[in-house]
Design a protein around this ligand. Structure first.
Ligand SMILES: [Zn+2]
Length: 102
């Protein structure tokens, strides 16, 4: 039985280590995505790999803020880059743009 107890002890030790790693990575991934890293660290400690999977599946706030969308950006007619729709001059090719008014 001692062997079983030792094995269970080793297993639970590695589970704790795994949970800590999951918490750390969940916090790190959340932080990289512009979210509250500490909260996700705690979630990772509570839910382990599930929290890690959840945070990996979350949309990235920090980059989505700069993601061009038809609401905020227009396509430059000269260089086809996304330019903010209120811009008067294209920052990429410095051609003149007509400010988009709606
Ligand atoms: Zn341009």
């Amino acid at each position: 039985m001692d062997g079983v107890v030792a094995l269970a002890g080793a297993l639970s030790f590695w589970l704790v280590v795994l949970w800590l790693i999951c918490g750390f990575f969940a916090g790190y991934v959340a932080y990289e995505k512009g979210r509250w890293g500490f909260w996700w660290f705690v979630m990772g400690l509570l839910f382990g790999p599930i929290a890690l999977l959840a945070v990996v599946g979350l949309p990235d706030i920090s980059s989505s803020m700069f993601q061009p969308s038809p609401k905020t950006h227009v396509t430059c007619p000269d260089c086809a880059e996304f330019v903010r729709n209120k811009a008067k001059v294209c920052p990429y090719c410095s051609c003149k743009l007509t400010p988009y008014t709606n």
